[in-house]
Design a protein around this ligand. Structure first.
Ligand code: GAR
Length: 210
C-alpha cells in the first residue's frame, strides 16, 4: 500500500476530500508550514499524524526543505500530495520526489500559472476555467498534467463563485488522480505520464455539467 503525505498551508478542503475518498493508499501524515492551518484540525479529527514546519523558522528555502525531507523519510512516504501548499519548493527537494509528487492548481494549465487565478481568468474574459492535477517539477505549475476539470464561466460569475465551483471539481478530480497513481494506472516514466500503459499526451478531462 502506498504511503502518502499531504502538504498543506490552509483550509485543507482537498485534504478532506482525500481523507473521505477511501483511497487504496494510506495517508500517513500531514505537514503544514502554517501553525493555524485548519487542515491540521482535519488531520487530527481523522487521527492522522501531523507536523508543523514553519518556513519562517528557517534561514533559507533549502534548510526548510531539508527538514521536510527528513520528516517524509521518517514517515517512509512513497507519494507526496500538495493540497493548497503555498510555498515554492527548492529544485533539490523537487528532484528527490520526481514522479512521486502531485499538485492541484486552480486553472487550466498551462494557462494561468501562479496566484489569483479566478480574478485573472475573469478579467481576461475567458469562457472556460477549471483545475489541473499535475506532477511537480522545479518550474512552478509546469509539471506534466494528469487530469483537468473544465467549467464554463457564466455571466454572473464572480471570483468567489468561480473559486467555489472550481473547489467542487478539485474535490472530485484530486482523489481520482491520486487513486490512479496508488493503483498504478498512472505512472511517470521517462518524464512522461502513462495511463494504463499508454503515454498520456493530454490530461484526462472532466467537464462540469452545470
Ligand atoms: C485549492 O484551490 C488549490 O487548487 C489551490 O489552493 C486551494 C487550497 O484549498 N492551490 C494553489 O493555488 C497552488 N498553487 P484547500 O486548502 O481548501 O484544499
Amino acid at each position: 500500500m502506498m504511503r502518502i503525505a499531504v502538504l498543506v498551508s490552509g483550509n485543507g478542503s482537498n485534504l478532506q476530500a482525500l481523507l473521505d475518498a477511501g483511497l487504496s493508499g494510506e495517508i500517513v501524515g500531514v505537514m503544514s508550514n502554517k501553525a493555524d492551518a485548519y487542515a491540521l484540525q482535519r488531520a487530527q479529527h481523522a487521527n492522522i499524524a501531523s507536523v508543523i514546519i514553519e518556513h519562517k523558522a528557517y534561514p533559507d528555502r533549502e534548510s526548510f526543505d531539508q527538514v521536510m525531507q527528513q520528516q517524509l523519510l521518517d514517515w517512509q512516504v512513497d507519494l507526496v500530495i500538495l493540497a493548497g501548499f503555498m510555498r515554492i519548493l527548492s529544485p533539490k527537494f523537487v528532484a528527490q520526489w520526481q514522479g512521486r509528487m502531485l499538485n492541484i492548481h486552480p486553472s487550466l494549465l498551462p494557462a494561468y500559472k501562479g496566484m489569483h487565478t479566478h480574478q485573472r481568468v475573469l478579467h481576461s474574459g475567458e469562457r472556460y476555467h477549471g483545475c489541473t492535477v499535475h506532477f511537480v517539477t522545479a518550474e512552478l505549475d509546469a509539471g506534466q498534467a494528469i487530469a483537468q476539470a473544465v467549467l464554463e464561466i457564466k455571466p454572473h460569475d464572480t471570483a468567489q463563485s468561480l473559486a467555489q465551483r472550481v473547489h467542487q471539481m478539485e474535490h472530485f478530480i484530486y482523489p481520482q488522480a491520486v487513486e490512479w497513481v496508488c493503483r498504478g494506472d498512472i505512472q511517470f516514466i521517462d518524464q512522461q505520464v502513462h495511463y494504463r500503459g499508454q503515454v498520456l499526451t493530454h490530461p484526462i478531462q472532466f467537464a462540469a455539467l452545470h
